[in-house]
Design a protein around this ligand. Sequence first.
Ligand SMILES: [Zn+2]
Length: 362
Amino acid sequence: MTIAPPAAIADLEDLIAALPAEAHAAATRLYQISTTTGRLDPPEEMTAWIERLFGSVAAVREQRIVRVTDLVTLEGALFNELRARRPMEVRDTTEVRRTIEEAQGDPFCRPETGTPADTFGRVRGERSVTAANIAKYDGYHGVIVFDEHDPLAPVDEDALRDHLATGRRWAAQALEADPGARYWFLMWNCLWRAGGSIVHAHMQMTTTRGMHYPKVEALRRAANAYAERSGHDYFEDVWSVHRALGLGIEAGRTRAFASIVPVKEREVWVIGRPGEDEAVLAPGIARVLAAYRALGVVAFNMAVYVPPLAPDGEDWRRFPPIARVVDRGDPANKTSDIGAMELYAASVIASDPFRVADALGR
Ligand SMILES: [Zn+2]
């Protein structure tokens, strides 16, 4: 008996072709997938260096590249087999941990005097208190300042549920203060590598007017247009394809999956059902954070998408609560993970979603 090698993103076309009929049909509706081979011819002098980095010259001479485009949202990713097969670099977090330790006593350690309050006051959670951001992204821009300083301290399901509830209570107060700002956006920039300017553990949130932020509104419109032309639900289809590929897990009432069209490394989506609020996402997000710890991820972003706080006359009936979580790489690395490809073309991905799913515990 032979043991099949573990599924790999380089074989995505074959894996999709082998899916059961229903999941295969959904994959065909949702994605365009193509595989190409990049070739090069290295000089002798590079052999030792190539072998050290990539294992063999043959591995770099021909490299498979899988390109995935989501036909509904027109987001895309390029996976290079060679990059994906490299062993995960062991991140030395000594320097990061020292920086975190040195930041002890920062303004977020004493939020009452170190941070401004919103005009409606502060919202207190069991493990946090809110503050107003000093330089605002939008009319209301708050911070959920965790009691715990260390941004690398584990955040479990209960803590997440508390932070999400604190954010929701803040949003309700902001809505009362400005009933026109119906759209709430919750985010988490963990460490400077992920855009966090304060080391102390915290999330942020805004409310905005007119329409939801363009990326959220674009997703709503794309999903509704897809339902109209295909008769299928976008989020159900995305889940069915990822589950059939072995990329998804269920946690509580949520579904979490390592995306085949990630915005950047190791992106995991956590989705509930339409009509539910973000509280249901806590068990799923907790699983993602646990997987990230196991994978050595320290800098990450999270975004939570939910329908407006009050009806806006648009159709949000198909829109579930969604959390997107993405690894931003090694804080010690001076090379940015985002370049012109990511900003202007498609995301170039070095990690294999199937290995992320392994860590999620599928
Ligand atoms: Zn602190």
